[in-house]
Each structure stands twice: as C-alpha cells, then as structure tokens.
Design a protein around this ligand. Sequence first.
Ligand SMILES: Cc1cc2nc3c(=O)[nH]c(=O)nc-3n(C[C@H](O)[C@H](O)[C@H](O)COP(=O)(O)OP(=O)(O)OC[C@H]3O[C@@H](n4cnc5c(N)ncnc54)[C@H](O)[C@@H]3O)c2cc1C
Length: 442
Amino acid sequence: MILPMNLPLRYRALNAQPSRPGAILYWMNREMRIHDNWALLEAYSRARESKQSFAVVFFLMPSFGTAKNLANDRMYEWMKQGLKHVEEDAQKLGIPFYVFEGEPTKLLPAFIETYDIGQVIVDFTPLRFMRSMKQSLADMLPISVLEVDAHNIIPWFIASDKQEWGAYTIRPKIHQLLPTYLHPYPVLLALEVKPLIVDYTKPSWLTSPSTLTRATDAMIDFLTHRLSRYEERNNPNLDATSRLSAYFHFGFLSTQTVALAVQEINIPAESFLEEMIVRKELADNYCAYNPDYDTFDGFPDWAKKTLHLHRHDVREYVYDKATLEQGKTHDEAWNAAQLQMVTTGYMHGYMRMYWAKKILEWTPSPEEALAIANELNDTYELDGRDPNGYTGTAWAIGGVHDRPWQERPIFGMIRYMNFQGLKRKFDLGQYIRTWTGVQIVK
Ligand SMILES: Cc1cc2nc3c(=O)[nH]c(=O)nc-3n(C[C@H](O)[C@H](O)[C@H](O)COP(=O)(O)OP(=O)(O)OC[C@H]3O[C@@H](n4cnc5c(N)ncnc54)[C@H](O)[C@@H]3O)c2cc1C
C-alpha cells in the first residue's frame, strides 16, 4: 500500500531536521487506532518508499501532567480497553505496536537513539500540554519530526489560518474543502515493510481481550438505529444522538470514517454532519489558535466586557465546588445532569449547556465558574480533556462562537438558559427521575 500521490497533504514539520536513514516511527498519541489513521498511513507510506522498517509506539502516561487534568480510573480503563483493539488490529496486520508506560519526554529520545530511528511521525492535538511536549521534543531531537492532523477531516491549518468567530465563518471554508479531503482511506491489508523489532515486554493488561464495544460497531449501531431520530436529539430522555464522542476523543474512531459511512446510506444526516464536522472542527480551531482556550482571557472582548460589568451582581445561590460535584444544589435538573455525568461518564449534550451556564450563575466569578466547569468536565466525562469540552464551556460561560443576547443580571449579554425553558422542551420530570429519583415540585 502506498498513499496515492494525488492525496492532499495533512502534515507539517515540527522541526527543521532532515530525515536520516533509519526506521520510521509513528508515535501514536491522540489517534488510538490502526485503520483509517492518516498519521499511521503517512509513516507507513514513508517507510515503504524509503525501504525502511516501521513501528508504532504509544506512551501510556501515569497522569496528564497538569493539576486540571484529573483523569480518573474510569477514563484510564476505557482507554486501555480501546488500546486492546489497537493491539489486536496491529497484530492482524503484522504491524509492530509497542506500548510503554511512562513519560514520552524520557522514553522517546532513548528509543530513537537505541533503534536508529530516522524520522518520527506524530498525530496532532491542539491542547497545550501535549502540544508543548511534542514541540520541545521536536526541538531537541536530532531527526525530523512531522505532525499529521489525523483528527480533523480538513487539517486544522488548511481549514483556516486564524481563530474563527463562529460556525458561520468556518462552515463555508470547510464545505469548500470537503470534496478535496473527504475521500476514502487507503486500506492496509498486510504489512509490506520490515517491522522494527525491539526489546519489549507487553504490559500484562494488554494481553486479555477487550470488553469495550468496538468503535465501528458503535458507529453502525448509531447509523442503523438512531441516526433517523437525530432531529429529536435535544430531548435528553431519548437516546437519539450518536454517543460517539468518547470514541472520537480517544481516536478509536475517525470522523472521516463516519462521514464516509453516512454517505453510503440513504438517511438525511445534515444536522449530524454539522455537529460532527463543523462544530467539532471549530473546537479544534479555537484551541489551536487561542492559547487561552480554557481561561477567561480566551473569551471574546464583548463577553469579557459584559461579564466584568456584572461580576459584582448579587447571586441568589452560591455553591462551592464540592457541593456542585456532589449534585447537591437546589436545582434538581442540574443535579440530575451532574449525576448522569458522574455515574455514567456521559452527560447529554443539551444538559451540558444548561449545566455550565448554571455554574456561571452560582459561583462568585466567571473565572471560577469556568475553572470548576472544566475541572468537573475533565474529571467525569469520558470525552473530557478535549477541545470540544474547553470550547463548550467557553461557549456557555464566555460567549465563544456565540453573539450577545439581551442583558440580564450576572450573565450580562451571555446567552441565558433556565429551568422553565427545559420544562418546555422535554419531559424534565422524567429526566430528573431517571438520574436522581426526585420528583419536580415546582
Ligand atoms: C459545557 C459543554 C461541555 C462539553 N464538553 C464536551 C467534552 O468534554 N467532549 C466532547 O466531545 N464534547 C463536549 N461537548 C460538546 C457536545 O455536547 C458533545 O460532543 C456531545 O454531547 C456528545 O454526545 P454525542 O457523541 O452523542 O453527540 P452527537 O450529537 O451524536 O454529535 C456527534 C459528534 O459531533 C461532535 N459534537 C456534537 N456537538 C458538539 C459541539 N457542541 N461542539 C463540538 N463538537 C460537537 C462530537 O464529537 C459528537 O460526538 C460539550 C458541550 C458543552 C456545551
């Protein structure tokens, strides 16, 4: 398999080092999958063209390195179950896949040195911690490091060269480029290059079969049974959405795979594709171009101004993080959403908006609101620690990608949501009963 020559480029060089003779290494990071992975395909194709050996490495870090990223056991377990599928797929194709437990900053340079690696290909993430780690490694390594955007259908640096204002500004750019970038993946059938064999002991947890539903099965389940109901997605009592976000987050599934599968079936999917492509790629755009994506400073000027003007408004309810975390507010809808997230690792998308906006209403400052929302989101959502999450909280609390609305206390001109509004939209009592067992009394 060689990447067809007419495929558009999806990579950028992270340093100016030339590639040197030696094995080609794919450092898998955000995109935990073998199939339909542009970063893997790029590395593999280079190995084949230069007749070098090839391997894939993954570094399982004990933590994500920052106080804010409180990855929990459930998230780790999910990731490990997904990595077992990666291992299975790699084995079937004869691709050497090595999982090392530890920090890439220490392990990667040693690996490169020991095994005479000629070039490293890594996948892209816009998030600060991994992005700066990759850049510092690329700056110190004596070999070429390329970064491939295997997450977005339109590579982030091609879709736009600046932070976009909103869906309305990025949408036309994406739609114009889709015919060029949304094309089938080359299929890997068997390894046609020399595998790079290294001294390796597989972690014991990687040897048992996975208990996780395969990403492609989850996709087929959605396309077959729920896509036709997607227009009802704002009702949290219905299972009408894809529930694919955690698969995308860990890279177990690519949105391009799903978009191509959607093209094959005869079901209208405009709204779904808008969320999965435009909104999702807009989130990567926000985090890639705004270094303050998870703080108040990242908000647009109009939002900062209006939130400043209202920062001393009296709050009827003020809750600390612990009370919020336990879902013990006066608002049973909010508590239900919080409990849905804590117990299952997934909060319905419609409730996420309400949930974050209420944190703004009930905490002493927008800065604190954003910090708490991100921390809870990152701790409990399986799809947390993701550009979609930072963009989602920044949208809800800081007007990012939104416009000014009618002015009101605390929120200023930030879009407001309330309990009565939820009641009008869907059977709120049912949602509350499901997640808290409490009946609405108001
Ligand atoms: C406060 C807040 C926090 C959020 N936190 C996260 C998070 O941590 N991780 C996360 O992946 N998403 C987050 N979102 C976005 C969205 O709510 C979830 O992606 C969605 O609910 C996941 O469910 P689903 O896969 O069934 O979505 P579907 O409705 O089936 O959508 C399909 C896919 O499109 C993407 N998508 C959908 N809505 C959005 C959106 N508003 N912005 C960007 N991409 C979107 C997701 O990848 C999703 O899997 C957040 C939104 C808000 C308002």
